[in-house]
Design a protein around this ligand. Structure first.
Ligand code: UDP
Ligand code: MG
Length: 330
Protein backbone atom coordinates (compact mmCIF):
# COMPACT_ATOMS: atom_id res chain seq x y z
CA UNK A 1 0.00 0.00 0.00
CA UNK A 2 1.09 3.54 -0.72
CA UNK A 3 1.47 6.00 2.13
CA UNK A 4 1.29 9.64 1.04
CA UNK A 5 2.96 12.33 3.10
CA UNK A 6 1.83 15.84 2.18
CA UNK A 7 3.92 18.88 3.05
CA UNK A 8 2.60 22.39 2.43
CA UNK A 9 5.58 24.72 1.99
CA UNK A 10 5.70 28.48 1.95
CA UNK A 11 9.22 29.93 1.95
CA UNK A 12 10.69 26.86 3.57
CA UNK A 13 14.00 26.50 1.69
CA UNK A 14 15.90 26.32 4.99
CA UNK A 15 13.76 23.73 6.76
CA UNK A 16 13.03 21.42 3.82
CA UNK A 17 16.41 19.61 3.83
CA UNK A 18 15.94 18.71 7.52
CA UNK A 19 12.43 17.51 6.88
CA UNK A 20 13.35 15.51 3.79
CA UNK A 21 16.09 13.74 5.72
CA UNK A 22 13.66 12.88 8.52
CA UNK A 23 11.08 11.61 6.03
CA UNK A 24 13.68 9.40 4.38
CA UNK A 25 14.50 7.92 7.78
CA UNK A 26 10.84 7.12 8.35
CA UNK A 27 10.69 5.55 4.91
CA UNK A 28 13.69 3.32 5.45
CA UNK A 29 12.34 2.15 8.80
CA UNK A 30 9.00 1.18 7.25
CA UNK A 31 9.92 0.04 3.78
CA UNK A 32 10.74 -3.51 4.78
CA UNK A 33 7.07 -3.98 5.66
CA UNK A 34 5.88 -3.88 2.06
CA UNK A 35 4.96 -0.24 2.03
CA UNK A 36 5.60 2.32 -0.58
CA UNK A 37 5.90 6.01 0.21
CA UNK A 38 5.17 9.11 -1.81
CA UNK A 39 6.21 12.54 -0.56
CA UNK A 40 4.01 15.30 -1.92
CA UNK A 41 5.43 18.79 -1.56
CA UNK A 42 3.04 21.63 -2.25
CA UNK A 43 4.81 24.87 -3.00
CA UNK A 44 2.38 27.56 -1.92
CA UNK A 45 3.70 30.41 -4.07
CA UNK A 46 7.00 30.77 -2.20
CA UNK A 47 9.21 33.69 -3.13
CA UNK A 48 12.45 31.97 -2.14
CA UNK A 49 14.13 28.85 -3.52
CA UNK A 50 11.60 26.39 -2.12
CA UNK A 51 10.50 25.14 -5.54
CA UNK A 52 14.08 24.59 -6.65
CA UNK A 53 14.84 22.63 -3.47
CA UNK A 54 11.77 20.47 -4.07
CA UNK A 55 12.72 19.88 -7.71
CA UNK A 56 16.18 18.80 -6.59
CA UNK A 57 14.62 16.21 -4.30
CA UNK A 58 12.38 15.02 -7.13
CA UNK A 59 15.32 14.70 -9.52
CA UNK A 60 17.08 12.18 -7.30
CA UNK A 61 14.10 10.46 -5.69
CA UNK A 62 11.23 9.01 -7.67
CA UNK A 63 8.86 9.01 -4.69
CA UNK A 64 8.92 12.80 -4.50
CA UNK A 65 6.00 14.46 -6.29
CA UNK A 66 5.05 18.09 -6.14
CA UNK A 67 2.43 20.69 -6.94
CA UNK A 68 3.39 24.30 -7.27
CA UNK A 69 0.60 26.83 -6.81
CA UNK A 70 0.55 29.95 -8.95
CA UNK A 71 0.62 32.27 -5.94
CA UNK A 72 0.37 32.11 -2.16
CA UNK A 73 -3.10 30.69 -1.52
CA UNK A 74 -2.56 29.92 2.15
CA UNK A 75 -1.91 26.69 3.98
CA UNK A 76 -5.52 25.55 3.72
CA UNK A 77 -5.54 25.59 -0.07
CA UNK A 78 -2.09 24.03 -0.18
CA UNK A 79 -3.31 21.12 1.96
CA UNK A 80 -6.34 20.67 -0.29
CA UNK A 81 -4.11 20.60 -3.36
CA UNK A 82 -1.95 17.97 -1.68
CA UNK A 83 -4.93 15.83 -0.69
CA UNK A 84 -6.19 15.98 -4.27
CA UNK A 85 -2.86 14.74 -5.56
CA UNK A 86 -2.35 12.00 -2.97
CA UNK A 87 -2.85 8.43 -4.18
CA UNK A 88 -2.11 6.61 -0.94
CA UNK A 89 -4.31 4.33 1.12
CA UNK A 90 -3.00 6.20 4.15
CA UNK A 91 -2.43 9.94 3.82
CA UNK A 92 -0.64 12.27 6.25
CA UNK A 93 -0.24 16.03 6.33
CA UNK A 94 2.72 17.58 8.08
CA UNK A 95 4.36 20.99 8.37
CA UNK A 96 7.66 21.66 6.66
CA UNK A 97 9.30 23.10 9.77
CA UNK A 98 9.56 19.84 11.79
CA UNK A 99 7.05 21.14 14.34
CA UNK A 100 5.05 18.06 13.45
CA UNK A 101 7.61 15.42 14.47
CA UNK A 102 7.97 12.92 11.57
CA UNK A 103 9.10 10.41 14.19
CA UNK A 104 5.43 9.99 15.17
CA UNK A 105 4.54 8.59 11.74
CA UNK A 106 5.51 4.93 12.42
CA UNK A 107 3.30 4.97 15.51
CA UNK A 108 0.45 6.46 13.47
CA UNK A 109 0.81 3.77 10.82
CA UNK A 110 0.71 1.10 13.50
CA UNK A 111 -2.49 2.56 14.96
CA UNK A 112 -4.24 2.62 11.59
CA UNK A 113 -3.05 -0.94 10.89
CA UNK A 114 -4.72 -2.10 14.08
CA UNK A 115 -8.06 -1.37 12.40
CA UNK A 116 -9.47 0.37 15.46
CA UNK A 117 -8.98 3.89 14.15
CA UNK A 118 -9.53 5.86 10.95
CA UNK A 119 -7.56 8.95 11.88
CA UNK A 120 -4.54 9.34 14.11
CA UNK A 121 -3.99 12.99 14.89
CA UNK A 122 -1.38 14.86 16.85
CA UNK A 123 -2.21 17.17 19.69
CA UNK A 124 0.16 19.61 21.24
CA UNK A 125 -0.10 19.54 25.01
CA UNK A 126 2.23 22.46 25.66
CA UNK A 127 2.67 25.74 23.94
CA UNK A 128 6.20 26.30 25.22
CA UNK A 129 8.23 28.68 23.11
CA UNK A 130 5.18 30.47 21.78
CA UNK A 131 4.51 34.13 22.64
CA UNK A 132 2.23 34.35 25.71
CA UNK A 133 -0.26 36.62 24.03
CA UNK A 134 -0.62 34.23 21.11
CA UNK A 135 -1.29 31.27 23.43
CA UNK A 136 -3.86 33.34 25.27
CA UNK A 137 -5.76 34.23 22.11
CA UNK A 138 -5.50 30.67 20.83
CA UNK A 139 -7.01 29.28 24.04
CA UNK A 140 -9.81 31.86 24.01
CA UNK A 141 -10.53 30.99 20.40
CA UNK A 142 -10.90 27.27 21.15
CA UNK A 143 -13.20 27.98 24.08
CA UNK A 144 -15.34 30.27 21.97
CA UNK A 145 -15.61 28.03 18.94
CA UNK A 146 -16.41 24.96 21.01
CA UNK A 147 -19.18 26.78 22.79
CA UNK A 148 -20.70 28.17 19.61
CA UNK A 149 -20.37 25.32 17.13
CA UNK A 150 -21.61 21.76 17.05
CA UNK A 151 -18.25 20.37 16.00
CA UNK A 152 -15.72 19.72 18.72
CA UNK A 153 -12.25 21.15 18.05
CA UNK A 154 -9.59 20.06 20.51
CA UNK A 155 -7.29 22.74 21.92
CA UNK A 156 -3.81 22.17 20.55
CA UNK A 157 -5.07 19.92 17.74
CA UNK A 158 -2.70 20.11 14.82
CA UNK A 159 -3.27 19.56 11.16
CA UNK A 160 -0.69 16.77 11.51
CA UNK A 161 -2.56 13.49 11.07
CA UNK A 162 -2.59 10.20 9.24
CA UNK A 163 -5.91 9.30 7.64
CA UNK A 164 -7.42 6.42 5.78
CA UNK A 165 -8.44 6.87 2.16
CA UNK A 166 -12.15 7.05 3.11
CA UNK A 167 -11.49 10.03 5.36
CA UNK A 168 -9.52 11.83 2.66
CA UNK A 169 -12.31 11.27 0.15
CA UNK A 170 -14.80 12.69 2.65
CA UNK A 171 -12.63 15.76 3.20
CA UNK A 172 -12.34 16.29 -0.55
CA UNK A 173 -16.15 16.30 -0.75
CA UNK A 174 -16.16 19.51 1.29
CA UNK A 175 -15.00 21.75 -1.48
CA UNK A 176 -15.78 25.10 0.16
CA UNK A 177 -13.51 28.00 -0.66
CA UNK A 178 -12.93 29.43 2.81
CA UNK A 179 -11.51 26.36 4.40
CA UNK A 180 -10.96 25.81 8.08
CA UNK A 181 -9.39 22.39 8.18
CA UNK A 182 -9.44 21.83 11.92
CA UNK A 183 -13.21 22.18 11.74
CA UNK A 184 -13.49 20.12 8.56
CA UNK A 185 -11.44 17.25 10.02
CA UNK A 186 -13.72 17.15 13.02
CA UNK A 187 -16.90 17.66 10.96
CA UNK A 188 -16.32 14.58 8.79
CA UNK A 189 -16.22 12.44 11.90
CA UNK A 190 -14.64 8.93 11.89
CA UNK A 191 -12.78 7.30 14.75
CA UNK A 192 -9.96 9.57 15.81
CA UNK A 193 -7.06 8.70 18.07
CA UNK A 194 -5.06 11.55 19.58
CA UNK A 195 -1.32 11.31 20.04
CA UNK A 196 -0.04 13.90 22.45
CA UNK A 197 3.33 15.53 22.07
CA UNK A 198 5.28 18.46 23.44
CA UNK A 199 5.60 21.59 21.40
CA UNK A 200 8.77 21.70 19.32
CA UNK A 201 10.13 24.91 17.90
CA UNK A 202 10.58 25.24 14.17
CA UNK A 203 13.91 24.01 12.89
CA UNK A 204 14.70 27.00 10.65
CA UNK A 205 13.08 30.10 9.19
CA UNK A 206 10.22 31.82 10.92
CA UNK A 207 6.50 31.43 11.34
CA UNK A 208 4.37 32.41 8.35
CA UNK A 209 1.43 33.44 10.47
CA UNK A 210 1.22 37.03 11.58
CA UNK A 211 -1.16 37.95 14.37
CA UNK A 212 -3.70 39.33 11.89
CA UNK A 213 -3.49 36.33 9.60
CA UNK A 214 -4.27 34.13 12.61
CA UNK A 215 -7.07 36.43 13.68
CA UNK A 216 -8.66 36.28 10.23
CA UNK A 217 -8.25 32.52 10.28
CA UNK A 218 -10.03 32.37 13.65
CA UNK A 219 -12.91 34.47 12.30
CA UNK A 220 -13.08 32.21 9.22
CA UNK A 221 -13.23 29.22 11.52
CA UNK A 222 -16.14 30.53 13.53
CA UNK A 223 -18.06 31.98 10.61
CA UNK A 224 -17.74 28.88 8.47
CA UNK A 225 -19.02 26.50 11.13
CA UNK A 226 -21.80 28.41 12.77
CA UNK A 227 -24.30 31.15 12.06
CA UNK A 228 -24.46 31.95 15.78
CA UNK A 229 -22.99 35.47 15.36
CA UNK A 230 -25.98 36.37 13.17
CA UNK A 231 -28.23 35.42 16.04
CA UNK A 232 -26.59 38.10 18.21
CA UNK A 233 -28.85 40.72 16.60
CA UNK A 234 -31.94 38.83 17.67
CA UNK A 235 -30.72 38.55 21.25
CA UNK A 236 -29.65 42.19 21.42
CA UNK A 237 -33.00 43.27 19.95
CA UNK A 238 -34.88 41.19 22.44
CA UNK A 239 -32.84 42.60 25.33
CA UNK A 240 -33.43 46.16 24.14
CA UNK A 241 -37.19 45.71 23.74
CA UNK A 242 -37.37 44.06 27.14
CA UNK A 243 -35.45 46.95 28.72
CA UNK A 244 -37.94 49.36 27.14
CA UNK A 245 -40.77 47.44 28.70
CA UNK A 246 -39.23 47.47 32.21
CA UNK A 247 -38.46 51.17 31.86
CA UNK A 248 -42.06 51.82 30.84
CA UNK A 249 -43.45 50.05 33.89
CA UNK A 250 -41.00 51.86 36.17
CA UNK A 251 -42.04 55.31 34.94
CA UNK A 252 -45.68 54.37 34.87
CA UNK A 253 -45.56 53.45 38.54
CA UNK A 254 -43.59 56.60 39.40
CA UNK A 255 -45.86 58.97 37.51
CA UNK A 256 -49.31 57.46 37.88
CA UNK A 257 -49.15 55.77 41.27
CA UNK A 258 -46.44 57.59 43.22
CA UNK A 259 -47.02 60.90 41.40
CA UNK A 260 -43.33 61.83 41.21
CA UNK A 261 -42.73 64.30 38.33
CA UNK A 262 -38.99 65.06 38.47
CA UNK A 263 -38.01 64.30 34.86
CA UNK A 264 -38.32 66.51 31.83
CA UNK A 265 -41.82 65.88 30.44
CA UNK A 266 -41.80 63.57 27.45
CA UNK A 267 -38.35 62.17 28.15
CA UNK A 268 -39.36 58.75 29.59
CA UNK A 269 -41.90 58.04 26.87
CA UNK A 270 -39.39 59.05 24.20
CA UNK A 271 -36.72 56.79 25.67
CA UNK A 272 -39.11 53.84 25.94
CA UNK A 273 -40.21 54.35 22.38
CA UNK A 274 -36.65 54.55 21.06
CA UNK A 275 -35.52 51.48 22.96
CA UNK A 276 -38.53 49.57 21.77
CA UNK A 277 -38.19 50.51 18.13
CA UNK A 278 -34.44 49.81 18.29
CA UNK A 279 -35.24 46.40 19.70
CA UNK A 280 -37.74 45.68 16.96
CA UNK A 281 -35.29 46.66 14.24
CA UNK A 282 -32.57 44.49 15.71
CA UNK A 283 -34.92 41.55 15.98
CA UNK A 284 -35.96 41.99 12.38
CA UNK A 285 -32.28 42.05 11.40
CA UNK A 286 -31.68 38.89 13.39
CA UNK A 287 -34.56 37.20 11.65
CA UNK A 288 -33.14 38.24 8.28
CA UNK A 289 -29.82 36.87 9.50
CA UNK A 290 -31.40 33.49 10.19
CA UNK A 291 -32.56 33.25 6.59
CA UNK A 292 -29.31 34.53 5.14
CA UNK A 293 -27.42 32.15 7.42
CA UNK A 294 -29.40 29.21 6.15
CA UNK A 295 -28.80 30.26 2.56
CA UNK A 296 -25.10 30.52 3.38
CA UNK A 297 -24.97 27.03 4.85
CA UNK A 298 -26.89 25.62 1.89
CA UNK A 299 -24.66 27.27 -0.71
CA UNK A 300 -21.69 25.44 0.75
CA UNK A 301 -23.21 22.30 -0.77
CA UNK A 302 -21.71 20.08 1.88
CA UNK A 303 -22.83 16.47 1.85
CA UNK A 304 -25.73 15.71 4.18
CA UNK A 305 -23.86 12.78 5.69
CA UNK A 306 -20.71 10.77 5.22
CA UNK A 307 -20.90 7.04 5.50
CA UNK A 308 -17.92 5.27 7.04
CA UNK A 309 -18.85 1.75 6.08
CA UNK A 310 -21.70 0.10 4.24
CA UNK A 311 -22.97 -3.36 3.75
CA UNK A 312 -22.11 -4.52 0.26
CA UNK A 313 -25.06 -3.72 -1.98
CA UNK A 314 -26.79 -6.50 -3.90
CA UNK A 315 -26.26 -6.24 -7.64
CA UNK A 316 -29.75 -4.95 -8.35
CA UNK A 317 -30.06 -2.74 -5.29
CA UNK A 318 -28.64 0.32 -6.98
CA UNK A 319 -31.44 0.34 -9.51
CA UNK A 320 -34.08 1.81 -7.27
CA UNK A 321 -36.06 3.85 -9.78
CA UNK A 322 -39.79 3.37 -9.79
CA UNK A 323 -39.82 1.33 -13.00
CA UNK A 324 -37.47 -1.21 -11.59
CA UNK A 325 -39.41 -1.56 -8.38
CA UNK A 326 -42.70 -2.16 -10.13
CA UNK A 327 -41.26 -4.54 -12.67
CA UNK A 328 -39.74 -6.55 -9.83
CA UNK A 329 -42.99 -6.60 -7.86
CA UNK A 330 -45.07 -7.94 -10.68
N1 UDP B 1 2.26 27.46 5.02
C1 UDP B 1 1.75 27.47 3.72
N2 UDP B 1 1.18 28.61 3.25
C2 UDP B 1 1.06 29.75 4.00
C3 UDP B 1 1.55 29.71 5.33
C4 UDP B 1 2.15 28.56 5.81
O1 UDP B 1 1.83 26.47 3.01
O2 UDP B 1 0.53 30.74 3.52
C5 UDP B 1 2.90 26.22 5.55
C6 UDP B 1 4.30 26.43 6.08
O3 UDP B 1 5.26 26.32 5.06
C7 UDP B 1 4.43 25.30 7.09
C8 UDP B 1 3.01 25.18 7.63
O4 UDP B 1 2.17 25.79 6.66
O5 UDP B 1 4.80 24.09 6.49
C9 UDP B 1 2.84 25.82 8.99
O6 UDP B 1 3.28 27.13 8.95
P1 UDP B 1 4.09 27.81 10.15
O7 UDP B 1 5.12 26.85 10.67
O8 UDP B 1 4.58 29.13 9.69
O9 UDP B 1 2.92 27.99 11.21
P2 UDP B 1 3.05 27.84 12.80
O10 UDP B 1 3.70 26.50 13.06
O11 UDP B 1 3.86 28.97 13.27
O12 UDP B 1 1.63 27.87 13.27
MG1 MG C 1 5.36 25.88 12.34
Amino acid sequence: MIISLIVPCYNEEESLPFLYKALCEVRSSEEGKGREFEFIFVNDGSCDNTLKVIKDFAASDSSVRYVSLSRNFGKESAMYAGLRKARGGYVAILDADMQDPPSLIPQMIKDLDSGNWDIVAARRVTRAGEPRIRSFFARTFYKLINRMCDVEIADGARDFRLMRREVVDAILLLSERQRFSKGIFSWVGFRTKWLEHENTERVAGETKWSFWKLFRYAVDGIVSFTIAPLRLATYAGFASAFAAFIYLIYYFIRAVILRIYDTVPGYPSLLCFMLFIGGLILMALGLLGEYIGRTYIETKGRPIYISAEESPSKPDEDLCSRDNLTSRDT
